[in-house]
Write a protein that binds this ligand. Structure first.
Ligand code: ADP
Ligand code: MG
Length: 758
């Protein structure tokens, strides 16, 4: 491959490798540290670039694709605009500076004895050190026509070194080289694909035989390769068939190992013992149900029964309830809390934001009513509580007086303890990592039951892949009497004048005595620096959806700018408009939310702090600015804030994205359906895979490699079935030690730590 710096860094990689591998006292295994095999400098560079530490880590850094050097071509008949490979000798090297711009061009003339071709390199004068006249090699690249002269710009090349010079222009060897697929690795600015390739070749050359994580019968049944062979063929294929078969094997292995980890974890959790929680006759739950002003939906009933059955067991519940925004998950969770209170225990509700925790407290107190609330003494614990309030809350928790505790991350604090924590409810799971769920679980002297609520519908394959340790319940229907939401795209790229109509439409809603949200992707008007987060666009879990970058590089609409603009609009002259965003203190946010709920504010200009759970029945309209900057699921969540009462909701998705762009497609998809599951699937297909998992999982090197949740659903389901069968008969996987190892390796340290605490 091209370049000399990496070869130097690796110290004549290919040659030194085998020696280094066998010299070391211990054989090289998947667990060997990269620095012991590749040396500290290379290992550090790779660790920085890809987060890899061990041989196994780097060997699972698979090629992104395979390139082709193409057929050998004679210099005398080069086709323009095609990829060619030429065996030739360097004739002449010349460096010159560019006329119009700064920088230099290195021109290298090569010849195959019949014709002459020029290679050009921009600002890579150092290449003259290796491309000196008389040197021979193979050159590959795309032929271009520059002012009538054919050339290869920045070709890929491999020079024959002294040893293989014996047969420099051996046609067979040359052809084999030319036809072998070239692995192209995910690379960074500091570590190029071919540097990864060199390092991986060293690993493959020094690696001891890798035992197979798949049980033999399973491998045979599915016609898969041995693990060693698969690793070899995915990184050093001789043909397309090689890497294709290797991918099949490694993809299935990945699914299988992951499912074994999850199924095993589920089994381990089920084996733990906790206190069964059963409601008592005439107790809190009965009193609550008797006073409830509405009938539970059939789905609420079903899910409620599943939960009641779970928490009545000695095995801790570990259940995910997914349901549309407004489907009534909170009531279902509250009923479980009351059953726990009946049995003398406490329940904690973990909310993702202070605003939401505060709102949960108010709505739970209101739902319980003046009869029940004093008995259960719900308390709030957030990070910004005044010291005296905090002390009082902690006391009520540790004494057991408070049967219901609602809080943010502050609940995870060290000074926080409970008298008898029987149930942990995590609201809006996607904002929390596995770690936090586990940290709260540890607050109980014995493991509490765990209930996770999410309004982000999770396609089955993701549920299986990411939440494989949880049982899943679904609330699919909304309570009757919801007026619904109408959504429209406001495409400013095609219809710039509609910008004005948005505010007129908003004014009409206000004139009917209703309230509105205006959502912006940014807080302040400045263009964010690189690496800085835009609140709206990243809150979905840190990863920007693919194609979220708007076509133009215009700054995102900010709360501050728009607020001023709206205040000047004649149509909104009498409206009371206030901001809400993450840079306000929690006291300010809370005050604003209360005022909005009380009808003292007409329009909230906000960031996505309002995304989750905010519940104001009179809010009927929402305008989302730069809607293309938000993810599909996020838009759906946002929209769920309106149309919650008997008032029909209106959602205007304002975008400058061009018709036909991916960004525009996402916005159109949201406007086209209210079905959260359908949108979750769209999201899955339109986003980059890593983002999907990244937004649900707490990141790390635990993301998927070859597996694609959008397309590999069947494979994942099959792998899960195998895993269940195997673990059913052999929970510790003793019969397949390499699988045990692979499962251990699969769970990175933090993930493992939190899972095993379960
Ligand atoms: P979410 O699933 O988004 O958390 P909530 O639990 O906040 O939904 O419920 C939204 C609103 O609907 C609340 O005001 C709640 O009291 C009400 N609600 C819940 N269940 C029903 C029902 N079965 N019938 C009527 N209203 C309901
Ligand atoms: Mg909710």
């Amino acid at each position: 491959m091209t370049g000399s710096d990496a070869a130097a860094a690796h110290g004549a990689a290919a040659h030194g490798a085998a020696a280094r591998g066998t010299d070391a006292s211990a054989p090289v295994t998947l667990d060997s540290k990269l620095q012991n095999v590749l040396g500290g400098r290379t290992a550090t560079a790779l660790a920085k670039a890809f987060g890899v530490a061990t041989v196994g880590d780097l060997l699972s850094h698979y090629p992104r694709r395979y390139a082709r050097r193409g057929e050998l071509t004679a210099l005398s008949q080069l086709p323009v605009d095609e990829n060619v490979t030429i065996v030739a000798e360097v004739l002449e090297v010349r460096e010159r500076s560019m006329k119009a711009r700064r920088g230099s061009i290195l021109e290298v003339k090569i010849s195959d004895g019949k014709g002459i071709l020029t290679l050009t390199f921009f600002n890579q004068a150092w290449r003259s050190r290796e491309l000196s006249p008389g040197v021979r090699g193979i050159f590959a690249g795309k032929v271009s026509d520059y002012r009538g002269n054919l050339q290869l710009a920045h070709p890929d090349y491999q020079l024959f070194d002294a040893e293989s010079d014996a047969a420099p222009l051996d046609a067979t060897a040359a052809r084999r080289w030319a036809e072998a697929p070239i692995p192209i690795y995910p690379a960074t600015g500091t570590v190029a694909s071919w540097q990864v390739q060199k390092s991986i070749e060293i690993l493959l050359d020094s690696l001891a035989a890798v035992p197979d994580p798949l049980p033999d019968d399973l491998r045979e049944e599915r016609g898969l390769l041995a693990h060693s062979a698969a690793l070899e063929k995915i990184h050093r294929p001789q043909s397309d068939t090689d890497w294709d078969a290797a991918r099949d094997t490694l993809r299935f292995t990945e699914a299988f190992v992951l499912q074994c980890a999850l199924v095993q974890q589920h089994t381990v959790l089920r084996e733990r013992r906790t206190t069964p929680r059963v409601p008592v006759p005439g107790g809190f739950l009965e009193r609550f149900d008797a006073a409830l002003s509405f009938r539970l939906t059939a789905d609420q009933d079903t899910v409620g029964a599943e939960i009641a059955r779970d928490i009545a067991q000695t095995a801790p519940m570990n259940r995910l309830v997914q349901g549309e925004v407004g489907s009534g998950k909170t009531v279902v969770a509250l009923r479980a809390m009351l059953a726990v209170a009946d049995s003398g225990g406490q329940a904690a509700l973990l909310a993702p934001t202070e605003v939401l925790a505060g709102q949960h407290l108010r709505s739970i107190v209101a739902t319980l009513g003046p009869d029940l609330a004093p008995d259960l003494m719900p308390v709030l614990l957030t990070g910004q509580l005044p010291v005296a309030d905090r002390r009082r809350a902690l006391l009520r928790m540790v004494s057991g007086q408070a049967r219901i505790v609602i809080g943010t991350h502050a609940l995870l604090g060290e000074s926080v303890s409970f008298f008898d924590l029987g149930l942990v409810v995590v609201d809006e799971q996607h904002r929390f990592g596995v770690d936090q769920r586990e940290a709260l679980r540890l607050k109980g002297a014995i493991p509490p039951h765990v209930l996770v609520l999410t309004a982000t519908p999770i396609p089955r394959t993701i549920a299986m892949t990411v939440f494989g340790d949880l049982d899943v319940s679904t609330i699919a229907m909304l309570p009757a009497g919801r007026a619904g939401i109408e959504s429209f795209v406001v495409p400013l790229a095609d219809k710039p004048t509609w910008a004005l109509r948005v505010w007129d439409r908003l004014a009409e809603e206000l004139a009917l005595g209703r309230q509105a949200f205006v959502v912006c992707p940014a807080i302040a008007p400045k263009q964010p620096e690189e690496g800085e987060t835009i609140e709206g666009a990243t809150i979905d879990g840190g990863a920007r959806p693919a194609g979220a970058t708007p076509a133009d590089a215009a700054a995102p609409t900010s709360v501050e700018t728009l607020l001023e603009e709206l205040k000047r609009k004649p149509a909104l002259a009498s409206a009371r408009i206030a901001p809400l965003h993450g840079r306000m203190t929690s006291e300010q946010k809370d005050q604003t939310m209360r005022a909005f709920a009380a009808g003292e504010i007409d329009v909230l200009v906000a960031t996505t702090v309002i995304e989750v759970g905010v519940d104001v029945a009179n809010a009927s309209a929402m305008v989302v600015m730069d809607a293309d900057r938000f993810g599909v699921s996020q838009l759906h969540q946002l929209r769920g804030r309106v149309g919650r009462g008997g008032v029909p909701g209106l959602c205007l998705l304002v975008t400058t994205a061009e018709s036909g762009s991916l960004a525009r497609d996402r916005v159109e998809a949201v406007a086209a359906t209210l079905d959260g599951f359908e949108l979750a699937q769209v999201d899955l297909e339109l986003r980059q895979e890593g983002d999907v998992l990244g937004s649900i999982q707490s990141g790390g090197r635990s993301s998927l490699r070859l597996l694609r949740v959008a397309t590999d659903g069947d494979l994942i389901a099959e792998a899960r079935a195998y895993a269940q069968r195997l673990i059913g008969g052999d929970p510790a996987l003793r019969s397949v030690p390499p699988l045990q190892e692979a499962v251990r390796r699969r769970l990175d340290d933090s993930e493992r730590a939190s899972l095993s605490k379960g």
